[in-house]
Ligand binder design. Structure first.
Ligand SMILES: NC(=O)c1ccc[n+]([C@@H]2O[C@H](COP(=O)([O-])OP(=O)(O)OC[C@H]3O[C@@H](n4cnc5c(N)ncnc54)[C@H](OP(=O)(O)O)[C@@H]3O)[C@@H](O)[C@H]2O)c1
Length: 276
């Protein structure tokens, strides 16, 4: 049995379907069963909250591998990177170790203790906890999901100047790597970086999106001074400000998954916009 925490999310839902297609038994951990309705034909659903260690024991019955695709940067339920990505993942790792299960942890390319973004620090702390635990582990570090940002840009909004190159990867490619990390136990003890083929600025990505949709729309920039002013009040503008200013590029190189064929940006955008 594979437990997918975050199985209701953008990446997690794809991972659940891929694992089920490979005839594996899958259980989705969610705080709210109604969010897992679209997966009820392929997976068991269990209620739990990674911030509540005791709620995880029940979910762990018969589990051989836990996938953590949770995130607390945004979303319902007063989540934070510290409470979900750091402490929640620690609870999940401890529960998995107690049950003798392996862990595949979703992290971010560039995760580091001194990173300016809270979520990068939280992921790094979770990685360290996992590596020190008795659980066997694989860490999958991904760059920014193209489909998420295409959705934001589809609303005609660019945070900041939008001229900082960023690596975007298709969430479908990340799901393929996660599936491999679950089934191939030779990947235990490895950190796999997965990024897309292009480093693009938000302005370039907005132009490519307009090319795909055939709709030209005036893009509104939320200026840096405004992001800076509201940063102390909200996590998202603070993250957007950092994304507009620091190096988030990535050069794809042969990884632990040499057979992975990366989806090019235009194809990923076409798939994302036709699926909406
Ligand atoms: N988005 C990106 O650009 C990006 C880039 C690199 C890495 N990642 C990582 O990839 C993973 C998937 O990201 P995503 O964008 O697909 O996520 P998402 O769509 O925002 O989904 C977030 C998931 O986290 C779960 N979750 C949040 N708080 C929880 C809690 N307290 N207890 C249990 N579950 C909780 C939610 O489950 P319920 O609401 O059903 O409880 C949901 O399934 C995350 O680990 C993320 O950090 C994302």
């Amino acid at each position: 049995m594979i437990l997918v925490a975050g199985g209701t999310g953008r990446l997690g839902s794809l991972v659940v379907r891929r694992l089920a297609r490979s005839r594996l038994h899958v259980r989705v951990l969610t705080r709210d069963v109604t969010r897992a309705q679209h997966l009820s034909d392929v997976a068991e659903v269990v209620v739990g909250d990674v911030r509540d260690r005791l709620s995880l024991d029940h979910a762990m019955r018969g589990v051989t591998t836990v996938v953590s695709a949770v995130q607390g940067l945004a979303g319902p339920g007063n989540v934070t990177p510290t409470s979900v990505d750091h402490e929640g993942n620690m609870h999940l790792v401890d529960a998995a170790a107690a049950a003798g299960a392996d862990v595949v942890l979703l992290s971010v390319v560039g995760a580091a203790a001194s990173h300016p973004m809270e979520i990068f620090r939280a992921k790094y702390a979770a990685e360290q906890h996992l590596r020190a635990s008795t659980a066997k582990w694989t860490i999958v570090r991904a760059t920014a999901f193209l489909e998420l940002w295409a959705e934001v840009l589809g609303k005609g909004i660019v945070f900041g100047r939008g001229d900082n190159p960023i690596n975007f990867v298709s969430v479908h490619d990340v799901a393929a790597v996660v599936e491999l990390a679950v089934v191939d136990r030779n990947l235990r003890g490895q950190i796999i970086d997965v990024g897309g083929p292009d480093n693009l600025t938000f302005n370039q990505l907005a132009a490519e999106l307009q090319q795909v949709t055939g709709r030209s729309r005036q893009v509104r920039h939320i200026p840096r001074w405004l992001l800076r002013a509201i940063s102390p009040l909200a996590r998202r503008p603070a993250a957007a400000l950092v994304m507009d200013t620091i190096d988030l590029t990535f050069e794809a190189s042969p990884t632990a998954v040499p057979e992975l064929r990366l989806t090019d940006t235009l194809t990923a955008l076409r798939m994302a916009t036709s699926a909406r």
